[in-house]
Design a protein around this ligand. Structure first.
Ligand SMILES: C[S@@+](CC[C@H](N)C(=O)[O-])C[C@H]1O[C@@H](n2cnc3c(N)ncnc32)[C@H](O)[C@@H]1O
Length: 300
């Protein structure tokens, strides 16, 4: 893979735990991509019995998934337990009075890592992951998703590509050589990891979105409140000096357009299927094909 990096897991969990309270106030991009992902699901004929919201965060998408698939059991999984606590409150308050109905189903909340899912093989019908997989090693998380999906199950996700926050990255490059902005995998690498994990018919497309800010400080504050500030290993530890901040602010200014500073996002939309039973590989690498499905050769 061309863009290897190691997100510090502990740091990811900590960052998002700290962000849990104020995340919803600043998650503009996240809401937009979540809604687009849900819209895209309307085009897919699937009636999932169990849905995994992977990296569920504050759970904003749980009630939307529940409304779209009222019969499905939901699992909200996140590496940051504080996020799940918020999700639990939010699901209850989104339900309003409906939460008293006997038919009202609570999601199951699970703390866990997308790279080592605490779920059984072939146990979910759909994995919905909005802007969470960019914090993971694609090889590991797609292998895990493939493992837990039932044959015929669907993965639908958004992630971020390497052009994300390129203005901020360039501005920091004028200050020092440390990676101050998260490094994201290239769509080609993501596609390759999906293929290697034996997810079937993977489809990826990229959308470019720009948020605008009055100041570079406002952007950096938003990233911090989202829990999305730099978590790459090799990042500069300790305090970043006042002088360095002044330098980065100045280096961001040339990007100003129509009075505002742009922050670019390369959003990757992806989906793939879990191969039907006949093609799903066992742990030892073998593929079991039921005798009934082996076509007889007839002499021509
Ligand atoms: C940007 S938030 C998105 C939250 C939610 N999906 C949404 O649409 O608002 C990313 C979430 O992914 C979670 N996350 C990051 N790395 C993870 C991992 N390895 N396993 C599970 N969750 C992870 C974070 O804790 C955070 O809640």
């Amino acid at each position: 893979m061309t863009n290897q990096y190691t997100p510090d897991k502990h740091q990811v969990a900590q960052s998002f735990a700290h962000a849990a309270q104020q995340y919803d106030d600043v998650a503009i991009l996240q809401r937009q991509t979540a809604d687009e992902l849900l819209d895209r699901l309307s085009l897919v004929k699937i009636q999932p019995n169990r849905i995994l919201d992977l990296g569920a965060g504050t759970g904003r998408n749980l009630s939307l998934l529940a409304a779209k698939y009222p019969k499905a059991e939901l699992i909200a999984l996140d590496i940051a337990p504080a996020m799940l606590k918020q999700a639990q409150h939010r699901f209850q308050s989104d339900a309003g009075l409906k939460r008293w109905l006997p038919t009202h189903q609570q999601p199951a909340y699970m703390a866990g890592d997308a790279e080592a899912l605490p779920l059984a093989d072939n146990s979910v019908d759909m994995v919905y992951a909005n802007l969470s997989l960019q914090w993971c090693d694609p090889t590991k998380c797609f292998a895990e998703i493939q493992r837990v999906l039932r044959p015929g199950g669907l993965l639908s996700f958004t992630s971020l590509g390497p052009d994300t926050l390129n203005e901020l990255r360039q501005a920091w490059a004028a200050v020092d050589d440390y990676p101050h902005v998260n490094i994201f995998y290239d769509p080609h690498d993501i596609g390759e990891a999906m293929m290697n994990s034996r997810l079937a018919e993977p489809v990826l497309d990229v959308d470019r979105l720009t948020l605008t800010y009055e100041t570079a400080i406002a952007l950096m504050k938003d990233l911090k409140e989202l829990g999305a500030h730099n978590v790459n290993e090799g990042r500069r530890r300790g305090l970043t000096g006042k002088q360095a901040f002044e330098k980065v602010i100045n280096a961001y200014e040339p990007f100003r357009k129509d009075g505002l500073l742009p922050a670019s996002y390369e959003v990757i939309y992806g989906h793939a299927w879990c191969a039907e039973e006949t093609q799903k590989q066992e742990k030892d690498g073998t593929v079991k094909i039921p005798v009934s499905q082996i076509a007889r050769r007839t002499a021509s």
